[in-house]
Design a protein around this ligand. Structure first.
Ligand SMILES: Cc1ncc(COP(=O)(O)O)c(C=O)c1O
Length: 418
């Protein structure tokens, strides 16, 4: 390359230098699926972030749980850069020497059997749905047993006719139960299972096979299960739904019902998992270990895009070649960051720290005895402050908090999320 051209390349700007220009350029060129608050990230270290003008704020949203180690943690950064210098994603037609180590440590950390890594949260939810459906059609151990419903005879007949492993559910009839007010991502299949019209109104035809029940209602779960039900999929605390903590006993009760009725239990811990709620996983508050554990966000450490459907023995071998895959599934740079994040979480005791700090924070918030607050909810450092509805929404309060130096967001109109 000629010297002049090379100089032009190094002189070219790689980021925008004023907040106003960044906002205007964003609004002009990026499809507006979000309505961001007026703060532009230009630098971040730990809990602190700065805008292009050098104004400092405290990061209290932490990318909806993706920044468990803060911005630019040295261990994660080092792992990420080290791998970026070694090699980049090759092809899943070959093995690499990072993803298996990450998978091993993740599976051991979760005390599960195998992991299906993928990239975004919604994709991991999709994978859990695929695994549950195929399990329902093909799992041998359960052929016709414990169904106890009106179709049990048909079901056993179907199993015989197919002459192969089956839970007994005829192809294309599987149902998955989810909860009202859920949030599991934005792909077409995932929004098909949403109870919010705003997420799905214009995107039909939607994917069938989902039944919605009220969150926190065990009787509704028991009642909704039919011979076609393969899984119950829910968040142990609804994050996007406004930091909704279910009644005590719900997680354990859901596990008991799923076991009794031969239905897979799937916890979406994309937002609640990996320490955020004061334990490794929120389900551990009630010892309600699932068959499939869905993880994302901080799994990639911050810089990496790694999500996962972590499976127990029962479902670990359900998906086979060539039923799934994706170009960046075992992305070595992202997996290196993920491995560093997993080790950091354990070495620095992040779940225990979130437990302590969360208790302290919520207690201090309670002490404020603010007449504007309806309820303070959450576990660990996943915290929602619901304001009284007559105040007309949390947005102006969030704007004020941001002005005062605290980055946070509103969720479900009336709740400030930290
Ligand atoms: C519980 C839960 N599931 C799934 C998702 C979707 O994750 P992603 O945005 O990475 O697709 C989110 C995102 O906020 C989430 O909170």
């Amino acid at each position: 390359m000629r010297t002049r051209e090379r100089r032009n390349m190094t002189e070219r700007e790689w980021s925008i230098t004023t907040s106003q220009e960044a906002i205007e350029t964003h609004e002009r060129y990026i499809v507006q699926t979000y309505r961001p608050h007026e703060f532009v990230y230009a630098r971040g270290r730990g809990v602190w972030v700065w805008n292009p003008e050098g104004e400092r704020k405290m990061e209290m949203l932490s990318c909806y749980s993706a920044l468990g180690g803060g911005h630019c943690h040295k261990d994660i950064l080092q792992a990420f850069v080290r791998q970026a210098r070694r090699y980049w994603p090759g092809s899943n037609a070959f093995y690499n020497d990072v993803a298996p180590l990450f998978a091993k440590e993740l599976v051991e950390f979760c005390e599960m059997a195998k992991v299906l890594p993928i990239n975004t949260g919604a994709e991991a939810v999709e994978r859990a749905i695929k695994i549950a459906r195929k399990w329902g059609y093909t799992c041998k151990e359960n052929a016709g047993d414990s169904l106890g419903f009106e179709r049990v005879v048909d079901v056993v007949e179907t199993a015989k006719t197919w002459g192969k492993k089956t839970k007994g559910i005829p192809l294309d009839t599987a149902q998955i139960i989810l909860c009202d007010n859920n949030f599991h991502g934005r792909t077409i299949t995932v929004i098909s299972a949403s109870s919010h019209d705003k997420y799905k109104r214009y995107f039909g035809p939607l994917t069938p096979g989902f039944t919605l029940i009220p969150y926190g209602d065990l009787a509704a779960l028991e009642k909704a299960i039919t011979p076609y039900t393969v899984a119950f999929l829910a968040e142990p605390i609804q994050g996007e739904g406004g930091v909704v903590v279910p009644p005590e006993g719900y997680l354990k009760g859901a596990k008991r019902i799923c076991e009794k009725r031969n239905v897979l239990l799937v916890w979406d811990e994309i937002q609640t998992g990996l320490g955020r709620c004061g334990k490794r996983f929120a389900y551990q508050y009630e010892d309600a270990k699932p068959d499939i554990l869905i993880l994302g966000k901080f799994l990639g450490g911050g810089p990496g895009q790694v999500s996962a459907a972590v499976c127990n023995e029962k479902v670990a071998s359900v998906l086979e070649y060539p039923e799934d895959g994706s170009t960046f599934q075992c992305h070595p740079i992202d997996c290196a960051a993920a491995l560093a994040a997993l080790r950091l979480l354990q070495d620095e005791g992040l779940p225990e720290r979130a437990f302590e700090l969360g208790n302290y924070f919520r207690a201090e918030l309670e002490k404020m005895k603010s007449p504007r607050i309806k309820e303070i909810r959450g576990k660990g450092l996943l915290i929602g402050i619901e304001l009284k509805h007559e105040l007309g929404g949390a947005k102006p309060f969030v704007t004020k908090l941001i002005e005062e130096g605290i980055l946070c967001n509103q969720t479900h109109e009336h709740t400030i999320r930290l």
